[in-house]
Every structure is written in C-alpha cells, then in structure tokens.
Design a protein around this ligand. Structure first.
Ligand code: ATP
Ligand code: MG
Length: 390
C-alpha cells in the first residue's frame, strides 16, 4: 500500500486575476482560510501555484472544516482529496481506496494533467485507472451518466484524487476590496446587504442606532448576533452602537410628522459619515431596495443622501424581497432577523410618511435643528464593540 494523505484542495475563480493582484489575492485568501479554521486542529494551510492546500491531522474534524470553508468568500470550489505519489500503482491504489464504503453501479474517471512531463496522457490515465476500478469492483463504465465520478489531478508535485466537488460561495477574499461601513438595523435586508459587500471582498464594519429605553434591548442583541454570524465570513468585526433616542426626541418636537423618518435617516447618514471617516471606510452601505417602503422611493433616497459626501451603496436596490429572504436563509441571518424587535425608526412616526420629499423640502424642515450639535451629541454616546464568530 502506498502512502496517501487526506487533505482539502481549494480553488479560486481566476478570471481577471493577473500578476501582483493575483499574489495579493492568494495571500489574502490563505490568511482568511487560516482565520476560518482556527480551533479545528488542521495541520497547515499551504499556498501552491494555483491552489491552496489544507493539510489535516488525524484528529482534525473534517466535517467542521468543510462547513467553515463553505463560508469563506473567494473560494470557487474545493474538495477533500486523497493525495499520493505520481506513479500509476500509487494512483490506482488511491482510487480503489475511494471506492470503499460507497455503492455504485457505474463509474467514470476524469483526469486533468498540469504536469505535462507525466509519461501518460490524461485519457490514458483515465482509461488505465477506470479499467482497474471496474475489474476490482465489478461495476461498469458510463461516460454520460456515471453513478460515481473519480477525478484525478496530476499536478507538478503530487496526484490528487477525489469523488466530490464542493461549490464555494465565490466572490473575492474579504478585505481585498477595502472597507465599508454597513448600517445594520436588525431587520432582514441590511445583513444581506452586508453579505453582498463582504462577498465582493469588502471588509464590513457596522453601525447601529438604537432607541433604548424607548424601545427594548432586543434590537441590540439581534445586531450583535447578526454581526457574529456575518463574522463567519468577515472575521473579527467592529460594530458601533449609537444611542438615538435623545436625537429623536428633538426631531419630534421640531419637525412635522410626515418627514420624521426621512430626517432620522438623514441624521443617521451624517453620523455614519463621521464614523466612516474615523474607520477609513470608503462607503456607507444600506439595505434599501427601490420602493420597498415609503422611505425608499427614488426621491426620498436622493433627499437623504444629499446631506453627505460619502457614497451610499445599496447593493439590494434592484432585489425583490423574496430574493433577499432567500439569501438571508442561505447565509443564516434570516432566523435572527425575524425575531421580534422594536425598530427605532417606527418611533413617533405617522401612518402616512412623505413619499416624495425633495432635497429642498427636507432642508427647510431641518432649518430649526442644530445639526452639528445633534451629531456631536450622538457621537458622545457611541460605543464600540469587537465581535468574532467564535
Ligand atoms: P432592514 O430589513 O435592513 O431593517 P428595512 O426594509 O426595514 O431594512 P428601513 O427600515 O427603511 O428598511 O431601513 C433602511 C435601511 O436603513 C436599512 O436597511 C439599514 O441599512 C438602515 N437602517 C435602518 N434602521 C437602522 C438602525 N436602527 N441602525 C442602523 N441602520 C439602520
Ligand atoms: Mg428595518
């Protein structure tokens, strides 16, 4: 019996990645994989030419590693392989080992050869190994609908064999695209918005406004838990908690009720812009989706963002609610998002908010407010917490 080793082989999407960019991407991905696998008892994460290996120890929890790799953004697909020497007897032995414990009536072998100096061509290897497996297992070959496929990768170093390709989440390794400040509310949408940005390689930092003691503490507990879940892909995460009730009281006494939600939003945007500056985040992200609610009409979105210079990104702008819910379920935030909580913005607001406020209208409504003082006051109560997934 030849010596074999079980390990994970990780592939990333290479489209458009060249030169220095690619090295940076790979280094970041391998660092992120290490962050993900903390505490699983893996042996080593190793960067090769076009893939990353995760070497295991005998006591490593393989299922847990698989579960965590499924959350690492930037992975296109990965597989649990049997790695062996590059000679045909060793490869056949390893292939046979992969048949153990599996029941199937037909098979196919598919070979990929990056080492062109290997004496056999890919079809020759497939045929040879296929013939051997058929003889040993009494199954038949089926090139179109095999019940089991054996993949063989002949790389420059070793041969890798596997029977199961696992799809990764895709996207780019978190942190390669800079940093964003996500306005996280405790609802369904904003965690999904955060996820969309994380998936494109942005490191998320969060800000949450709460109205305790006017509302209960549930929204705080929810955003902390949502931040933790998202940290499975975003890793160590910072969240800023901002007390909002005093500011809301001022707004209530000084502005007509149909405009209040919009004024709340403007104040949130202003405060977020300041926090983004201290964090060196390059954009603010919200979970808004076009016309989902009254405050999210085009004119309202415009009159809110008119008061800040920082770009406000809305990754869900063109999503239907049903699609947002589906993603929330996939990433594991949905069940937390639907727990009851009192939204700070539902405080002191009318049934019929303004649906098409212009910039000028809101500027006028704000004329009796000392904006700078209000922002400053909110910033005094700011609390910063660091949250990790485990
Ligand atoms: P969500 O499901 O994210 O709560 P929503 O459909 O309830 O969104 P709104 O309540 O209009 O929509 O909020 C729009 C966006 O404003 C949210 O997606 C979020 O990004 C931001 N936001 C709302 N309330 C808060 C809050 N208390 N703290 C931080 N951000 C908030
Ligand atoms: Mg909400």
């Amino acid at each position: 019996m030849h010596k074999t080793e079980k390990m994970f082989v990780i592939h990333y999407a290479e489209v458009g990645l060249k030169g220095k960019n690619r090295v940076y991407f790979e280094k970041r991905l391998s660092r992120n994989i290490k962050l993900s696998l903390r505490g699983t008892g893996y042996l080593e994460v190793k960067r090769l030419h076009d893939r990353i290996l995760v070497r295991l120890q005998s006591q490593t929890d393989v299922e847990e590693i698989e579960k965590r790799l499924r959350k690492v953004v930037g992975i296109a697909h990965f597989e649990l392989v049997l790695c062996t020497k590059k000679n045909m007897t060793a490869i056949k032995d390893a292939a046979f080992t992969l048949t153990e414990g599996a029941t199937f009536n037909s098979l196919k072998v598919e070979t990929k050869r990056s080492d062109k100096s290997f004496p056999l061509t890919s079809p020759e290897i497939s045929r040879d190994v296929g013939g051997y497996l058929i003889e040993k297992t009494g199954t038949r070959a089926d090139m179109h609908k095999p019940e089991r496929t054996f993949w063989i990768d002949i790389s420059h170093q070793q041969a890798y064999l596997y029977t199961n390709k696992i799809k990764g989440v895709g996207g780019l390794p978190v942190s390669v695209s800079g940093k964003v400040l996500v306005m996280l509310s405790g609802g369904i949408d904003s965690p999904v918005a955060a996820w969309q940005m994380i998936k494109r390689g942005a490191k998320a930092v969060y800000i949450h406004f709460y109205s305790y003691p006017y509302t209960d503490k549930a929204s705080l507990e929810k955003v902390i838990e949502l931040t933790r879940i998202l940290a499975e892909s975003n890793y160590q995460s910072t969240i800023y908690l901002i007390p909002f009730s005093e500011l809301q009281q001022v707004i209530v006494t000084k502005t007509p009720s149909p405009y209040r939600v919009l004024i709340y939003r403007r104040m949130m945007a202003r405060i977020a812009e300041q926090v983004a500056a201290t964090e060196e985040a390059e954009a603010v992200v919200t979970g808004e989706s076009l016309a989902q609610v009254a405050s999210q009409t085009l004119s309202n979105l415009r009159s809110i963002e008119a008061v800040v210079d920082i770009p406000i990104l809305r990754p869900l702008i063109g999503f239907d609610k049903i699609d947002i819910i589906e993603i929330a379920e996939q990433i594991g935030t949905y069940d937390v998002s639907i727990l009851p909580h009192q939204d700070c913005c539902s405080l002191f607001i009318p049934k019929h908010p303004a649906t098409h406020a212009t910039v000028g209208e809101l500027d006028n409504v704000e004329k009796d407010l000392d904006i700078e003082a209000l922002v400053e006051k909110a910033m005094i109560g700011i609390e910063k917490r660091i949250i990790d997934f485990a």
